[in-house]
Design a protein around this ligand. Structure first.
Ligand code: PLP
Length: 393
């Protein structure tokens, strides 16, 4: 039986239309299938493979860590070099008050931890997040998701969650003293990469400070260079109380983190102690990959080149069928006519050797979120293929 049949039979499916590339290997910005067909990867595991595939610095770091030790103890008991180094690095690049990291396994676990930390601190119930936000698929993160159609068949979820409109000032009136936390993505990953307005974030910050609400940024997609800044909060300069990271942090290895002040984090160790437990959170091999990702990004000045790479995409993506291009940095959303044209486009582009993808909520847009290391030639080649596909569609 073919891999495809086995995949469809034995691995749980979450859609009727998986892309079904039969992956043999992946290096740099390329994925190869079992027939050695090369695909230019413009999705990077949905903003995860920051340095592309199999970056030598990540391979080296992972191998070195494997030779030393893998899992030795549940989170928080033993001192392990790579998790410690990662926490110190995050404190170095985040605002002074965000100086203490709790390492977890995924984005959704980071969100769960952040919501719990806020509740533990201010003992309030209500959690505010935005319509069209995606924060993960476990019960707490799902409760925060800004789309009822995704939630209603999984009810009952966690009560006291409310959604507000992104970039809408009127809706901020719900941010009263009953609210525990508000979760904001600096750029919405599930829409057309809509960017939060500085004025709006400033107003949220002001209200949160006044009403002692914890402001949580979901930087699971924006974190670690993707917007052209190390962190998405730098776009506005408006700082959160808690920041959640995952995806690109691990450069292709599974990791998550929520970061806050040392004072805030101390709530997790008292009344009750062990306020958030994770077995594999901060796995040393994943932390080694994350440290290598951050060090390579900074030493090779990769983030500094994100904006010029975006401009190159924009320059080469002029086509009558493209209605508009949205987003920031290497979060690029190409708006086409409608959902049907997007579906057709993604399939045709794949046939022609370019991986693109959809958005969860905006069905008229195509996602481009390539490795930050993508070469200028690969940008030009992939744009030329995209235009050919659009001619054919
Ligand atoms: C903005 C955002 N938050 C949270 C998550 C959840 O991350 P994970 O899939 O690692 O649980 C995602 C994943 O796509 C995301 O894009």
């Amino acid at each position: 039986m073919s891999n495809k049949n086995d995949f469809l039979k034995y691995q749980a499916q979450i859609s009727k239309t998986p892309l079904l590339i039969n992956v043999k290997k992946a290096t740099g910005s390329y994925v190869y299938d079992d027939n050695n067909k090369r695909y230019i990867d413009l999705v990077a595991g949905v903003s995860s493979c920051t340095l592309g595939h199999s970056h030598p610095s990540i391979i080296k770091a992972v191998k070195e860590q494997l030779d030393l030790h893998t899992h030795v103890m549940v989170y928080g008991e033993f001192i392990q070099q790579k998790p410690l180094e990662l926490a110190i690095l995050l404190a170095k690049y985040l605002p002074v008050k965000l100086n203490c990291t709790y390492l977890v396994n995924s984005g959704t676990e980071a969100i769960e931890g952040a919501i719990k930390l806020a509740k533990r601190k201010n003992r309030r119930k209500t959690v505010i997040s935005c319509f069209n936000s995606y924060h993960g698929s476990t019960q707490g993160s799902l409760s925060a998701m800004g789309a009822n159609y995704m939630k209603k068949n999984y009810e009952p979820l966690i009560p006291h969650h409310r959604n507000i409109r992104y970039n809408n000032f009127e809706d901020l009136s719900v941010l009263d003293k009953d609210v525990s936390s508000v979760i904001i993505e600096p750029v919405q990953g599930g829409t057309n990469f809509e960017v939060a307005q500085k004025k709006w974030l400033k107003e949220i910050r002001k209200i949160c400070t006044k009403n002692s609400i914890e402001l949580i940024y979901d930087e699971i997609q924006t974190g670690i260079g993707r917007t052209g800044k190390m962190f998405g909060y730098e776009l506005s300069g408006v700082k959160p109380d808690i920041v959640c990271l995952a995806k690109g942090l691990g450069g292709g290895m599974p990791i998550g983190a929520f970061v806050s002040s040392k004072k805030n984090m101390s709530y997790l160790s008292v009344n009750p102690s062990l306020g958030h437990i994770t077995t594999f959170g901060g796995h040393p091999v994943c932390c080694a990959a994350a440290v290598a990702t951050i060090r390579t990004l900074t030493s090779n000045k990769i983030i500094e080149k994100v904006e010029s790479k975006r401009q190159l995409f924009l320059e080469h993506l002029s086509h009558p069928k493209i209605k508009k291009i949205h987003g920031i940095g290497l979060m690029i959303a190409i708006e086409l006519e409608n959902e049907k044209s997007c579906n057709k486009f993604v399939k045709k582009a794949l046939e022609k050797g370019v991986i693109t993808f959809y958005f969860l909520f905006n069905k008229n847009c195509i996602r481009i979120s390539p490795p930050l290391t993508i070469s200028l030639n690969d940008i030009i080649e992939s744009c030329s293929i995209i235009k050919n596909v659009l001619d054919d569609c």
